[in-house]
Design a protein around this ligand. Structure first.
Ligand code: FE2
Length: 427
């Protein structure tokens, strides 16, 4: 007998009436009206069963620190970086672990079961690295946490950062990070990419750099990142995070750049909530959005994900680990309101980041891990529109979080007794 049978689910690709059969933590069959018996049977009632949300870009060492040691008064990127510098010497491992675990609880409750988090390695104590390596082990049964060695103050600009970064990788951090636009000169930025890509290639680990997180149309480190990716044969294992300068670049140059990114198989990660709030700060009006060129990258077959980046930290006071909020912001900022474009925004917080993290057995198909979320929505667009409740979150076929359906009771004469913000159309 199988462990779990979910009946009558809608899948993100549009298939309806699907049954999903699970044995020993893996999906063994997906088809309409399966006749198998199972220990637990759940009627999905036509709701959307999606693989879990995946966040390809986050900072778990700073999350939930908002207000410590003080607020970011201007709300700018630079004051945020300065504030983080003030906070770093005050951090304790215990508090870091506690905050990270709390955030993972939030994530699980929102159906977010895989996160790639950057961890600042500029503090020679590597306190945050130790803390998050511990957290990675602790959450393993229910959440895949991938860590990036991130030299926040610049791997060349910050004394000792390169050694710290190598130590962090030796301690078990998964991915090599970087921040070329924060180095002292454009040339140093390019040199940092060369050094870090060589380092990653030697160690066989992926690369994910904060790249061109500026409004400067001449910040072109993504070109250098694509060059070294191809030179080292690292196609598919390198991601450029943010890429906000591309918003402001000359159109002719972008027409050359995007094919280079595609050719190098570099993934792009936009962070809509953060890009829309931190970029364009030197503008009066018109004020630039600052997010990278998502629909154009997608049209060129570049794999694009939306990340959350920050939740309640020196850079961003808001957020709750809700990747549907991220998708909704990305959709609006990029004006991706076409039918296929809206669905692509759902993929940008599910299947696309799963490719970047190279998650094993991700998806709803025979052989995949039985990790999925039952959403109170009939399709991916409705899920984004209503920020659908995560009715049930499954890990390896077991329910690990539940949320009651969202519904409001009405006290109006002659009107329905309740609403759930969904529409059943009839002509
Ligand atoms: Fe970031």
């Amino acid at each position: 007998m199988a462990d779990l049978l979910i009946r009558n689910a809608t899948l993100p690709d549009g298939r309806t009436g699907c049954d999903v059969l699970v044995t020993e933590g893996r999906i063994v069959d997906v088809a309409p009206r399966l006749s198998a018996a199972a220990a637990h049977v759940l009627d999905a009632d036509g709701y959307l069963l999606s693989p879990p949300f995946v966040d390809a870009h986050f900072h778990m060492d700073s999350t939930l620190t908002y207000g410590l040691p003080r607020m970011n008064r201007s709300g700018t990127l630079l004051e945020g970086i300065a504030l983080w510098g003030e906070l770093k010497p005050l951090l304790t491992q215990e508090a870091l672990v506690e905050r990270a675990l709390s955030y993972c609880d939030w994530a699980v409750a929102k159906g977010l079961l895989a996160i790639r988090s950057h961890v600042d390695i500029c503090d020679p104590r590597l306190l945050a690295v130790e803390a998050l390596l511990h957290v990675r082990e602790q959450v393993k049964p229910y959440l895949d946490l991938q860590l990036v060695a991130f030299p926040q103050d610049g791997v060349l600009r910050s004394p000792g950062a390169l050694d710290n970064l190598k130590r962090a990788l030796a301690m078990g951090v998964d991915v090599t990070g970087g921040i070329p636009h924060f180095e002292r000169t454009m040339a140093e930025g390019a040199e940092s990419i060369r050094i870090l890509c060589n380092l990653a290639a030697e160690r066989g680990c992926p690369v994910d750099m904060h790249c061109d997180e500026t409004d400067d149309p001449m910040s072109r480190h993504i070109e250098t990142l694509a060059f070294h990716t191809r030179r080292l044969g690292m196609q598919g294992r390198v991601a450029g995070s943010h890429l906000t300068s591309m918003h402001s670049m000359d159109n002719y140059y972008v027409s050359k750049l995007i094919p280079l990114i595609r050719e190098a198989g570099v993934h792009a990660i936009a962070n809509p909530l953060i890009n829309i709030t931190l970029q364009g700060r030197h503008d009066t009006y018109p004020k630039r959005r600052g997010m990278t060129r998502v629909p154009e990258l997608m049209a060129a077959d570049v794999n694009v994900a939306f990340g959350h980046d920050c939740v309640m930290d020196p850079w961003y006071a808001l957020g709750s680990g809700d990747m549907l909020e991220v998708a909704a912001m990305g959709l609006h900022v990029a004006q991706m309101t076409g039918v296929d474009a809206m669905r692509a925004c759902f993929a940008a917080v599910t299947a696309n980041p799963a490719r970047i993290l190279a998650l094993d057995g991700y998806g709803i198909a025979p052989g995949c891990r039985a990790d999925f979320v039952l959403l109170q929505a009939r399709d991916p667009v409705e899920a984004i529109r209503v920020r659908a409740a995560r009715l049930k979150v499954f890990r390896a076929g077991r329910v690990i979080a539940e949320t009651p359906a969202a519904t409001a009771t009405l006290h109006l004469d002659g009107r329905p007794k309740s609403v759930d913000w969904t529409v059943r159309s009839s002509v």
